[in-house]
Ligand binder design. Structure first.
Ligand SMILES: [Zn+2]
Length: 315
């Protein structure tokens, strides 16, 4: 029963992982910050934590490492957009993609792809709680719960880096395209629960599903309809994202058009977006739990159906 499986999403684990990754012990997750007394940078430390959690859930983790640069900081730019392109001579660092797959028993070649960028802003000191420790911990929790389910299709998780340059989701998407992977749906999870001060104060439980393609629209409507289908108390909206960007955009550009982004508001309304004030104390854990349940329901419903008919019915 999907209803029972949704109850396995744990607020305690989500809160624990969130505070671990963006308060204590890790204040940030970036290549250019190393905690005093540590030999690895804070992004590598975050990777070690994430990897340990996924392995504890029974997965094998694949790592692929790329060279990235931190963005420079330009405070003359608009408030939420202080990042600027580094010079070629600026230092570069290793940054790793972590991938893990829950193999399906009936149609293992058909893949439901989950994405979350795990790094925090490289150009400032920000915990990056909403952007995107929440997506990271939501996907960690999905990995744990999915490990307890029988799935027909495979679910693959990608933990990548999008606050450094280049974005490492691009390489994962291009590698999937080069292999000819059959990805039936891509769910990017980035900045769940992030919303306006007003909506935060009012305790609103929000979830936005954004699409940039026709195929993505059908998927977005299917994901959103899960709130009513499974009585998940969320104010869900479907929106059109005109610009093909973020980690979902990297998969669309690589040819995987049945792709959506999951976030807390649109246009993104968090007043602390890309600022040092994006702290875990502002995260509404109950909203993250419900958004995680909505994603879990979508995965289980997609898995239970014939996707061709599913998308046709929605469009
Ligand atoms: Zn960001």
């Amino acid at each position: 029963m999907i209803k029972d499986i949704l109850q396995r999403v744990s607020a305690d684990r989500i809160r624990h992982d969130l505070f671990y990754l963006c308060r204590d012990p890790l204040p940030f997750r970036k290549v250019n910050y190393t905690r005093p007394g540590q030999s690895m940078n804070s992004l590598a430390e975050a990777d070690a934590f994430i990897r340990g959690q996924i392995e504890a859930a029974g997965y094998a983790v694949t790592t692929t490492t790329y060279r990235v640069q931190p963005f420079r900081c330009d405070r003359t730019k608009p408030l939420h957009h202080w990042y600027s392109t580094p010079a070629p001579s600026d230092p570069s660092f290793d940054a790793t993609n972590l991938e893990a797959t829950r193999r399906g028993c009936e149609r293992p070649e058909e893949i439901i792809q989950l994405i979350a960028h795990k790094d925090s802003m490289s150009w400032i000191d920000s915990p990056g709680a909403h952007d995107n420790a929440v997506g990271t911990v939501a996907n960690l929790e999905l990995a744990r719960v999915l490990a307890t389910c029988d799935l027909r299709r495979s679910v693959r998780l990608l933990f990548c880096n999008e606050e450094h340059t280049p974005w490492t989701s691009r390489f994962a998407a291009e590698a999937a395209a080069a292999r000819g992977d059959h990805i039936v749906a891509v769910l990017n999870v980035d900045s769940l629960d992030g919303k306006s001060e007003e909506d935060m104060a009012a305790g609103k439980m929000t979830h936005v599903v954004g699409y940039s393609t026709d195929e993505g629209r059908a998927l977005a409507e299917f994901v959103a309809a899960g709130a009513a289908r499974h009585k998940i108390g969320l104010d869900v909206r479907v929106i059109f994202k005109q610009h093909v960007n973020d980690d979902d955009g990297m998969f669309i550009n690589a040819g995987f058009r049945t792709t959506v982004m999951n976030l807390g508001s649109w246009p993104y309304a968090d007043s602390e977006y890309h600022l040092p004030g994006d702290v875990p104390e502002r995260v509404n854990i109950a909203n993250v739990v419900r958004s995680t349940q909505l994603l879990l329901a979508a995965i289980l419903d997609i898995d239970a159906n014939d996707t061709d008919n599913l998308w046709k019915r929605m469009s």
